[in-house]
Design a protein around this ligand. Structure first.
Ligand SMILES: [Zn+2]
Length: 304
């Protein structure tokens, strides 16, 4: 009996792949205490679509920034609602991640200028964005996403894996991260007029081990969408070396054609709520059943 319990406890420990983020006064990346707030919605993404200032007459409706059911008005691209809680230090948020931020911004700007072409091609050429430095370019895009994941994990009270932090510190590969790029071409009317919103998807902890203890988490996944362009991510120890070695990246283009998911009825009195729920469905599509989180997990994990 005692041996059984010891065995169970040690197997739980082995599966406790993500450490708890105990001291919230420390940066999750480097341990420094000089904390700042990283943007949840990338500042350059917000400014590309809406400019800097959304006060009074230029107030951006919260529906553009719905994060599941908790939408907030943003006053400007620097609004605290657009940021994570303090969990990353000034140096990690600034100097150390500058190249990652810039590479991500380059990718987004390229996408924004070439949306129709990319939907038709179903692929993206990294050389067109980063020229001969495309390998370092995509590595840095992944580092930006890794930084975003680190902040989301910290908000849930955990720390990312050491392997992910080593990658942020300059290691060329990351075995614990998989990213799938997708385009979800939903619009009302013509394809040239997409709905220009940013959608911060949910951040989902998953337990894929046979041990169903509620404290066991084996993986974190989620996504972020900038005007129909989604980056899905899976942070799981050993998930793979990620797709950083190909110059041409396949884009998974979602086909909404025969789906009723785009038929959203928007009533005037409940407009924002209707739209938020409708948008959430569209963003989750085609995973709409009770197991949608695990279906999404399987999709990212098995995507080639
Ligand atoms: Zn730091």
């Amino acid at each position: 009996m005692i041996n059984e319990r010891v065995r169970l406890i040690s197997s739980i420990r082995k599966m406790q792949l993500f450490k708890k983020y105990k001291d919230k006064t420390k940066c999750w990346w480097c341990g420094s205490r000089n904390l700042s707030r990283e943007h949840k919605y990338k500042k350059t993404d917000l400014e590309l679509l809406y400019g800097k200032d959304y006060t009074i007459n230029k107030k951006i409706s919260k529906i553009a920034f719905r994060t599941e059911r908790k939408g907030k008005f943003l006053q400007s691209s620097s609004s605290t609602h657009a940021k994570f809680r303090r969990c990353l230090c000034i140096d990690c948020n600034g100097r150390k991640s500058q190249n990652a931020d810039k590479a991500y911004q380059k990718l987004i700007e390229y996408y924004y200028d070439n949306q129709i072409k990319l939907i038709k091609d179903g692929e993206i050429s990294l050389r067109s964005i980063f020229s001969n430095e495309w390998e370092e370019g995509i590595r840095n895009v992944h580092r930006y996403i890794a930084k975003h994941i680190g902040c989301r994990i910290a908000e849930l009270g955990f720390l990312p894996s050491k392997n992910l932090i080593d990658f942020l510190n300059g290691n060329p590969t990351c075995e614990d991260l998989k990213i799938v790029l997708q385009i979800k071409p939903y619009q009302f009317g013509e394809i040239e007029n997409p709905i220009e919103c940013i959608f911060l998807g949910p951040f989902i902890p998953v337990n894929c081990s046979p041990n169903k203890n509620k404290d066991v988490i084996t993986s974190f996944l989620g996504w972020y969408t900038f005007v129909n362009f989604s980056w899905n991510y899976l942070h799981e120890p050993g998930i793979g070396k990620s797709n950083m070695t190909k110059e041409i990246i396949k884009l998974d283009i979602i086909d909404f054609k025969d789906s009723e998911v785009l038929e959203i009825s928007l009533k005037e009195e409940t407009f924002e709520r209707d739209w938020a729920l409708g948008l959430e469905k569209i963003e989750y599509y085609p995973f709409l059943g009770n197991n949608r989180d695990l279906d999404l997990y399987d999709y990212i994990k098995n995507y080639v």
